[in-house]
Design a protein around this ligand. Structure first.
Ligand code: C2E
Ligand code: CA
Ligand code: CA
Ligand code: CA
Length: 281
C-alpha cells in the first residue's frame, strides 16, 4: 500500500514538474518572439465614487499560448520571476502599455485627465536603469509622467532598500505617481510607509471583497483609511464588487474605487469607448 501511495505521489510530482517545464518553455517562447503577441494588456477602470467620475485605469497583463492551459498573471508573473526572465518580460509589457497609451493619447485629447496605473514587480528594482527606462518610454511615446501611476509593493525594498528608494525618489521627482499596492498583505507596512515618497495607498481586495460580513476586515480597512488620510495620502480600494461595498467605503472616507461593480479588466478598444462614454455623460 505504501508503495502504491509512493508511486502516486511520484507520478503527481512529475506531472507538476512536467507542467512547470512546459510553462517555462512556452513563456520563454512568448518572450523571445514579441511578434507573436502572446502578451497583451487589459485595462480596468477606476472611479471617484463621490463625483462619479472615471479617473483612470489599471493596466493588467494577460498571456495566451495555444499550447498550454490559460493561467492568470499572479501565476505566470511569479514563474517568470523564478525563471529569471523578469527583465525581458518587463520590457515587453512596458513597451506594449506605452504603445497602447500612444494610440489612446493620439485619438482622445481627454487622455490628459486619465491616470494609468502600471504594476512594477519587486524584482525590477534590481535594475539601476528602471527609472530612466520608464522615463524614456514616456519621452519616446509622448506621454507625460503625470499620467502614469506606478504601483509598487513593499517587497520592492527588501533586497536593496537604498537602490529602490533612489529609484522611487527619481520617479517622484520626474512627476510619476507612486502607489503602494496590496496594502495590508505585507509584513511591515507601517515601518516603510512614511519613508516612501508615496501619493496613494491601494487597499488589497482580500480586505474589501467580504467587507460587510467580516467585522475584522471592516476594522482593518477603517484603520488603513484613517492612517492614509493622516499621512496625507489618497487611498484607493480594489475588489469593489457591490454597490453596498462602494457605499460603505464612501461613508468611511474612501472614494476611489476599482472593482467588478464598476467594470472588469477590458481590452484597449473597450476601455477607450468607456472613456468616451464617461466624458460624454
Ligand atoms: P493586483 O495588482 O492586486 O491587481 C488587481 C487584481 O484584482 C487583478 O487581477 C484584477 O483583475 C482583480 N480584481 C479587480 N477587481 C476585482 C473584483 O471586484 N473582484 C475580484 N475578485 N477581483 C478583482 P489579475 O488581473 O488576475 O492580476 C493579478 C495580479 O497579477 C495583480 O494583482 C498583479 O500583482 C499581477 N500583475 C498583473 N499584471 C501585471 C503586470 O503587468 N506586471 C506585474 N509585475 N504584475 C502584474
Ligand atoms: Ca496592482
Ligand atoms: Ca491586490
Ligand atoms: Ca499585486
Amino acid at each position: 500500500k505504501a508503495k502504491e501511495a509512493g508511486r502516486n505521489q511520484y507520478r503527481h510530482y512529475t506531472s507538476d514538474l512536467d507542467k512547470e517545464v512546459n510553462y517555462h518553455i512556452h513563456l520563454r517562447h512568448s518572450l523571445r518572439d514579441p511578434k507573436r503577441h502572446d502578451f497583451y494588456i487589459h485595462y480596468q477602470p477606476q472611479y471617484d465614487a463621490e463625483s462619479q467620475k472615471l479617473i483612470g485605469f489599471e493596466a493588467l497583463c494577460r498571456w495566451r499560448h495555444e499550447e498550454v492551459q490559460p493561467i492568470g498573471p499572479d501565476k505566470f508573473v511569479a514563474m517568470i520571476e523564478q525563471f529569471g526572465l523578469i527583465n525581458e518580460f518587463s520590457q515587453l509589457i512596458l513597451q506594449q502599455i506605452f504603445a497602447d497609451l500612444k494610440l489612446w493619447h493620439a485619438d482622445y485629447p481627454e487622455f490628459q485627465q486619465l491616470k494609468i496605473s502600471i504594476n512594477l514587480s519587486a524584482k525590477q528594482f534590481k535594475n539601476r536603469e528602471l527609472a530612466t527606462s520608464i522615463n524614456n518610454l514616456c519621452i519616446t511615446h509622448g506621454i507625460r509622467p503625470h499620467n502614469i501611476t506606478l504601483e509598487i509593493t513593499e517587497t520592492a525594498l527588501i533586497e536593496d532598500p537604498t537602490l529602490a528608494l533612489k529609484t522611487l525618489y527619481k520617479l517622484k521627482q520626474w512627476g510619476f505617481g507612486l502607489s503602494l499596492d496590496d496594502f495590508g498583505t505585507g509584513y511591515s507596512s507601517l515601518a516603510y510607509m512614511h519613508k516612501l515618497p508615496l501619493d496613494s495607498v491601494k487597499i488589497d481586495k482580500s480586505f474589501i471583497i467580504d467587507l460587510e460580513d467580516n467585522p475584522d476586515d471592516a476594522k482593518i480597512v477603517t484603520a488603513i483609511i484613517q492612517l492614509s488620510n493622516s499621512l496625507g495620502l489618497s487611498v484607493i480600494a480594489e475588489g469593489v464588487e457591490s454597490e453596498q461595498t462602494s457605499r460603505w467605503l464612501q461613508k468611511n472616507g474612501c472614494n476611489l474605487h476599482q472593482g467588478f461593480y464598476f467594470g472588469k479588466p477590458m481590452e484597449l478598444k473597450r476601455a477607450q469607448e468607456l472613456h468616451v462614454y464617461c466624458q460624454a455623460g
